[in-house]
Design a protein around this ligand. Structure first.
Ligand code: GMT
Length: 380
């Protein structure tokens, strides 16, 4: 099939999933086109079966905000027309599902057999998508998609609760490349981080407010106060980085915290990690937690959204109520102090991650494309 995939190019989860899906589909013999305003972070190698199409935003004096959704629809029209796409799969509803609807309207019967599949990822539903300034358009665009998927049961239910959706939403969970995200020997790196030994605790995110990065620092502070010799690695960057840095200065523990910024090889950092912290205020799935688990790292998380579908209470780690720093600090300490428990949780984390194996999920998407396409051909 000729498949178009639309995504944000950022380090965030939806861009990662879209890009890894494109690579997985290409490995299965399909021809892929990725559309975005910049080359996605995980589209790192040159391949003849994946073409990247950068959506170009021409500036014009009247445009304070150049209309990205129109430029994107224009690229979609050209791809459907000239590359003869069989499927157009958009990740994150805003504005991708709306641009896809517009492209189909423009092409009319020329796009009749090309299904638009929308994958809902997170804040496109839970935060910004349900904001009154976008809600009506998001609702309409989801209902106009030929197929709709959500990355967790939680997100499916939230979508029905927040919008007036008349479509069947299929849950297709996020996935992980088990070969890439596995524990490997990085002792030299561990020694550089903890020359005198000790535990390594890691957090990976885009440092937006929903990630509650200052909570990570507070939990780490509890771990230190509980007498554990440890270092905290903060991977990623974003608006709350400064707040987090200020917090470690206030707590006088900057020497134990390393802000590593955005990293391509997260699996190397995870390979030396003993615990992963994800205290988010909103999380429809928590791909970063799954990647950590795949590297055998137990997780302490908040118990909100889709996190309980990924992190299993008492098995792969622990879940605490949102903002409950005491609980998170206590649970983290429990795991770090008890080698037997740590070993058990580490093995269980990897085992649970195996249920989200990349190839299996890519095949589920492939079948879903065929199902929706066949359905369209019957009705047209
Ligand atoms: O919705 C967002 O905030 C952005 C999105 C992203 O691009 O990172 O994150 C969401 O999608 C990820 C991939 O499906 C999920 O793993 C994240 O849990 C989800 N983020 C939130 O719900 C905050």
């Amino acid at each position: 099939m000729n498949i178009g995939i639309v995504c944000y190019p950022t380090f965030g989860g939806s861009g990662v999933i879209a890009t890894e899906l494109a690579k997985g589909l290409a490995n299965r013999g399909h021809n892929l086109h990725i559309l975005s305003y910049a080359r996605p972070a995980r589209l790192d190698s040159l391949r003849t079966d994946i073409t990247f199409h950068e959506v170009d935003l021409s500036s014009y004096p009247l445009f304070e905000y150049p209309p990205y959704d129109l430029a994107l629809a224009n690229v979609m029209v050209n791809l459907i027309k000239f590359e003869r796409l069989d499927v157009l799969h958009v990740h994150y509803a805003i504005p991708h599902a709306t641009s896809a609807f517009l492209a189909k309207q423009i092409l009319s019967e020329k796009a009749a057999g090309v299904p638009i599949i929308t994958t809902l990822h997170g804040t496109d539903i839970t935060l910004i998508g349900s904001d009154p300034s976008y809600k009506e358009v998001v609702d309409f665009s989801i209902n106009q998609s030929d197929g709709v998927t959500a990355v967790s049961e939680y997100l499916k239910e939230e979508t029905y609760r927040k919008f007036d959706i008349r479509k069947d939403i299929r849950v297709i969970p996020n996935f992980v490349d088990l070969d890439r995200f596995k524990r490997t020997n990085k002792n030299h790196f561990k020694k550089a981080i903890c020359p005198e030994g000790g535990k390594v605790i890691t957090h990976v995110s885009n440092f937006r407010e929903v990630k509650r990065v200052p909570d990570v620092i507070s939990v780490f502070d509890r771990i230190l106060k509980n007498g554990i010799e440890a270092r905290l690695l903060m991977v990623g960057d974003g608006p709350d980085r400064q707040r987090a840095e200020n917090k470690c200065r206030d707590l006088g523990m900057c020497d134990k915290v390393r802000f590593l910024g955005k990293q391509e090889q997260v699996e190397e950092v995870l390979s030396i990690s003993d615990l992963f912290l994800i205290p988010s205020g909103s999380e429809t799935f928590g791909l970063a937690a799954l990647e950590a688990m795949s590297c055998g790292v137990p997780v302490v998380s908040s118990d909100i959204g889709g996190l309980p579908e990924v992190n299993k209470q008492g098995v792969t780690g622990y879940l605490c109520e949102l903002g409950d720093i005491d609980c998170m600090g206590k649970r983290a300490t429990e795991i770090l102090k008890d080698d037997e428990l740590h070993k058990k949780m580490s093995a269980a984390a990897r085992k649970h991650a195996e249920q989200f194996e990349l190839d299996n999920v890519v095949e589920i998407y492939e079948d879903y494309y065929r199902e929706i396409k066949d359905g369209l051909e019957v009705t047209t």
